[in-house]
Ligand binder design. Structure first.
Ligand SMILES: CC(C)(COP(=O)(O)OP(=O)(O)OC[C@H]1O[C@@H](n2cnc3c(N)ncnc32)[C@H](O)[C@@H]1OP(=O)(O)O)[C@@H](O)C(=O)NCCC(=O)NCCS
Length: 190
């Protein structure tokens, strides 16, 4: 059984971690996952994407990584909506688990960690999307995410040609203090 530690990644992120994150992203694309990129994705391209993403992230963005004996084995990100009229919404992106440790509960643990962080940061609405029929869709459905709809032919697979549909999910986070105010007839505020 693999042993993982899950931790929040805080800047400045070291070169070794960026290299591990690049390997993780390259592994996901090589596995056929729909994670924005087409194959082949080089380590250099993946590293450049991570550096840019980390550098340009919103101040309230959250990054979690999972580590095992070989380094970073998984990651997930939370990005607050940029729009001033959506202060309560954030998007979850790039849930990645390296092939060496899939199906051992790590994806679920990373999602639990990021949802808890989102709740703690005061977000009330989370959104994300996934390739229809992919492992991630099954995972989100088992974690209470609500299917908002499906967009046909949304993106291409890593092969660069095969179109796939995207499923759009959302999750409203329960805030017990908000729930009790609602119960008392108080106006709901985020
Ligand atoms: C999606 C992903 C993160 C899941 O990570 P994981 O650590 O293997 O997932 P878990 O072991 O926590 O699985 C949790 C649940 O997800 C579902 N699930 C995971 N992999 C699945 C698969 N291959 N087929 C069907 N359901 C799957 C199951 O419901 C599973 O629960 P169970 O094991 O009790 O049946 C991983 O497959 C991955 O990194 N894929 C490539 C990247 C990707 O597509 N990311 C999502 C972007 S939206």
């Amino acid at each position: 059984m693999n042993h993982f530690t899950i931790e929040r990644l805080t800047p400045p992120v070291g070169g070794d971690d960026v290299a591990d994150l690049a390997r993780l992203l390259v592994d996901a694309v090589a596995s056929g996952a729909a994670v924005s990129f087409v194959a082949p994705l080089s380590l250099e391209q993946a590293g450049a994407w991570w550096r840019k993403t980390l550098k340009e992230a919103h101040p309230r963005a959250v990054f979690f990584v999972a580590r095992d004996d070989e380094g970073i084995a998984g990651s997930v990100q939370l990005h607050p909506a940029w729009a001033p009229n959506q202060p309560h919404r954030a998007e979850i992106t790039k849930l990645l688990v390296h092939r060496r440790c899939r199906r051992s509960g790590l994806g679920r643990r990373l999602m639990q960690a990021i949802e808890q962080a989102a709740r703690g940061a005061g977000f009330g609405l989370l959104t994300l999307d996934a390739k229809r029929g992919a492992a991630a869709e099954h995972l989100y459905r088992t974690m209470g995410w609500v299917h908002a709809g499906t967009i046909p032919r949304f993106a291409v697979d890593p092969d660069g040609t095969t179109l796939h549909d995207a499923v759009i999910f959302y999750k409203e986070l329960r805030d017990e203090s908000r729930e009790s105010k609602r119960g008392n007839g108080e106006q709901e505020r985020w």
